[in-house]
Design a protein around this ligand. Structure first.
Ligand code: PAF
Length: 291
């Protein structure tokens, strides 16, 4: 495994690999790698000749009051994990190289970015879409791997790739959970044992909505109420949102006809956690390609 800090050096490495006919898989991350990231990396290593992982805590996707400064960083540990998974290249750019002072181009996907996470974190998806477009241009992957845990992010990236005709296939992957149901997240590291226990209400609420759906409930109101009432039982959890939405457009639903996604976000002891489950649909809800 080679580690690159410079954009030009990584580009030269990828160009040579592509000239040899290698397929390139890409896993963009902000580091603090956990089993969720490793499952994406393993998939890429299996599917592609070479895998590139990026580690970049992207300042553009954090709001001024958010946890950019505290976000967990441990390059030595992450690098070792990547090496053990057999990746070809680790890309660790600097913020100065990714966002030179005169940079003035942003990518907005307004329709999908305005609700849920986007409503609570204005500018977040603009930062995500912009950094992913930049990373795709730098790494030039054939396939890029994204987890379903950040479901709205996945849709935003799929939309951007389709709208900008970017030559990369987005491969969605299921959420990886701890044995007790908690979705893997780098932010779980912020939780003390008491908060960790309270955080379980998020997956518990989503699983109960999923069980109700599987038992035949199709009223989105009933499922939304169930989500809110389970979360409401945990006094240590503050609800940001709980929604039953169309799996592709994220429009809130009244009645589920062709499947849905149940999404929720809570705050526990100052830590924001998000999670979701699909109801009656698979993960491959690709938007139609433009042209
Ligand atoms: O999901 C993440 O870790 C980040 O949003 C991503 C895709 C690496 C962009 O910074």
């Amino acid at each position: 495994m080679r580690t690159f800090h410079q954009i030009a050096e990584l580009r030269a490495h990828i160009r040579a690999a592509r000239d040899e006919g290698s397929t390139i898989g890409f896993v963009p991350t902000m580091g603090a790698l956990h089993e969720g990231h490793l499952s994406l990396i393993r998939r890429s290593v299996t599917d592609c000749d070479r895998t590139v992982v990026s580690i970049f805590v992207n300042p553009a996707q954090f709001g001024p009051q958010e946890d950019f400064a505290q976000y967990p960083r441990d390059l030595a540990r992450d690098s070792k994990l990547c090496q053990e998974e057999g990746i070809d290249a680790l890309f660790v750019p600097s913020a100065e190289d990714m966002y030179p002072p005169d940079a003035d181009t942003w990518i907005d996907v307004p329709g999908l970015s305005s609700s849920l996470e986007g409503a609570i974190r204005p500018g977040h998806f603009r930062g995500v879409a912009t950094v992913c477009a930049k990373l795709f241009n730098i790494v030039q992957p054939h396939r890029a791997y994204f987890g379903q845990k950040d479901y709205q992010q996945l849709l935003v990236i799929q939309r951007m790739v389709a709208d900008l005709n970017l030559p990369v296939t987005i491969v969605p992957s299921p959420t990886v959970r701890e044995p007790d149901g908690l979705a893997m997240s780098s932010r779980n590291a912020y939780l003390d044992p008491e908060a960790r226990k309270a955080a379980l209400v998020l997956s518990r609420a989503l699983m109960s909505a999923q069980a109700m759906y599987e038992a035949g409930t199709r009223s989105a109101h009933t499922l939304r109420d169930a989500l809110r009432s389970v979360i409401g039982e945990e006094h240590a959890a503050e609800l940001d949102y709980a929604e039953i939405a169309h799996p592709r457009t994220l429009e809130p639903l009244e009645y589920i006809e062709d499947g849905a996604v149940a999404l929720a976000a809570i705050r526990v002891a100052g830590t924001r956690l998000i999670d979701n489950v699909l109801l009656g649909v698979g993960l491959n809800h690709q938007p139609r390609r433009a042209g």
